[in-house]
Design a protein. Structure first.
Length: 465
């Protein structure tokens, strides 16, 4: 890894999941790392332990004189004072995705793309490779308890990371193994329409290195549109439930809320497994992980042996507590398809008397473009509570054309119970008054809605010891 040894990098926004993981990898390969972020955290303390020079707050003087390049997270605005100083000094400035791409070229990169499931599938792949003895490096978009965190530096050749389609950032990656889980409309604040999204995924799929493998969901119609357009010499492994797939699940059944199936490879049975995380959608994630493990050189028996041992990642159908007969979960779902899948998985796993969904919409633009789909997606909830929309990189136009109250109204018009309660304390108070033993409350969304679950749990523990 001579490309990185002895170089000195400064990270602006080093505390993020992706940037901190990348910083750890650079330190491992002999680079000197400094960085800044707005607030202290265990992540920053861990980096300091590894030798990184960390600053709290963004100031021009944070960039050390010996820095030779700057890496910025996606959240850094153009007016950032450290970014301005880097420009004045003429330092090369790399976006996180660009730097990830450069690191990928030093490994046998496994890049996981798709509208849904990237974090779960990436973590599952890293877990199987670790159990199979390959000691991978990885950067995952959520904490993975079984892997000791959201990122890790292994001794092996494999490097697993998510490949995000927003801003076409995944086009910085030239993986040895590329995975496409699914393709749907999302990020319509950036992409013109579904066709443009499929164009971007096609370009990503075409960037697999010679001798590499593209793993694709053979049950997804938009993924098939990509497969018809990529270079004919690309090695493809399809996975899914349909018989035509190279890697598929047969004899699927649900037992005690969890799915079991027989893993089939090229028409031949490999073995039986029972996955440990709920939801039919996680069969697809499991198959993608199995296919990636096989493509990375693990033998089929090792793959099927460890497939069911993966227990999931932070904020994905996460069990938080059960107090006074009330179960509390937290989930990251923020797209209509994910919401439907999570609510169905919750019903399969827990069979609650009543299912309360406290959903925080994520981005005005996403809510506006997918409003009708959102309204339809809450049919499996007995009652949905909607707070104000979580603001992320939205335009003034988006904020004028939609609000959370409109979403709650549209859910009601669609025949489901929904109420708009703008603030978190008001939501907690409402749930305190109305939830009963046998009910399940799930907080859902990519923002800070998990705070509602934590506050409600504290109240339950205090009042129902």
């Amino acid at each position: 890894m001579e490309a990185f040894s002895q170089k000195k990098y400064h990270f602006i926004g080093i505390g993020g999941i992706g940037t901190s993981g990348l910083a750890k990898l650079l330190i491992k390969h002999g680079a000197s790392v400094s960085g800044s972020d707005m607030a202290d955290s265990p992540v920053l303390q861990d980096l300091q332990t590894l030798g990184a020079q960390i600053h709290i707050g963004h100031k021009p003087e944070n960039i050390p004189p010996e820095a030779r390049a700057v890496v910025i997270s996606a959240a850094i605005a153009a007016g950032n004072p450290e970014l301005a100083r880097a420009g004045e000094r003429g330092l090369p400035i790399h976006k996180y995705a660009e730097m990830l791409g450069r690191m990928f070229d030093q490994y046998e990169g496994i890049a996981v793309a798709g509208t849904h499931g990237k974090s779960t599938a990436s973590a599952w792949i890293a877990y199987i490779l670790e159990k199979g003895g390959q000691s991978p490096s990885f950067i995952i978009g959520a904490d993975v308890p079984q892997l000791g965190g959201s990122s890790g530096v292994g001794a092996g050749r494999a490097f697993v990371a998510e490949a995000c389609e927003y801003d076409r950032s995944f086009l910085n990656l030239h993986p040895h193994i590329a995975v496409i889980l699914n393709i749907e409309q999302d990020h319509l604040d950036y992409y013109r329409d579904e066709d443009e999204i499929i164009d971007a995924f096609t370009e990503f799929a075409s960037q697999v290195k010679p001798g590499g493998t593209l793993i694709a969901n053979g049950d997804d119609k938009n993924v098939h549109r990509v497969l018809r357009r990529i270079p004919p010499d690309t090695k493809i492994l399809t996975c899914g439930l349909q018989p035509a797939n190279d890697i598929r699940a047969d004899r699927t059944a649900i037992r005690e809320g969890l799915y079991e199936f027989e893993l089939i490879r090229s028409g031949s049975p490999v073995g039986n497994t029972r996955i440990s995380i709920p939801g039919k959608h996680n069969i697809a994630n499991a198959l993608a992980a199995a296919a990636a493990g096989l493509a990375a050189g693990l033998d089929p028996q090792t793959v099927v042996q460890h497939l069911g041992g993966f227990t999931g990642i932070d904020r994905r159908l996460m069990f938080k507590a059960q107090i006074n007969g009330i179960t509390i979960l937290d989930d990251y779902a923020h797209h209509p398809t994910e919401i439907r899948a999570s609510l169905q998985a919750i019903r399969d796993r827990y069979s609650p008397k009543r299912l309360w969904c406290v959903f925080q919409p994520h981005q005005y633009s996403r809510t506006r473009f997918l409003l009708d789909d959102f309204a339809e997606s809450f049919k499996l909830a007995d009652k949905t509570i909607v707070p104000e929309i979580y603001f992320v990189r939205d335009t003034a136009e988006s904020r004028k054309t939609v609000n959370a109250e409109m979403l709650a109204q549209r859910i009601r018009q669609n025949g489901s119970k929904a109420v708009f309660i703008p603030d978190f304390p008001g939501i907690v108070e409402h749930v305190k008054q109305h939830a009963q033993p046998g009910d399940l409350v799930v907080t859902m969304g990519a923002g800070t809605i998990w705070k509602v679950a934590d506050e409600y749990i504290q109240w339950l523990r205090k009042h129902h010891q």
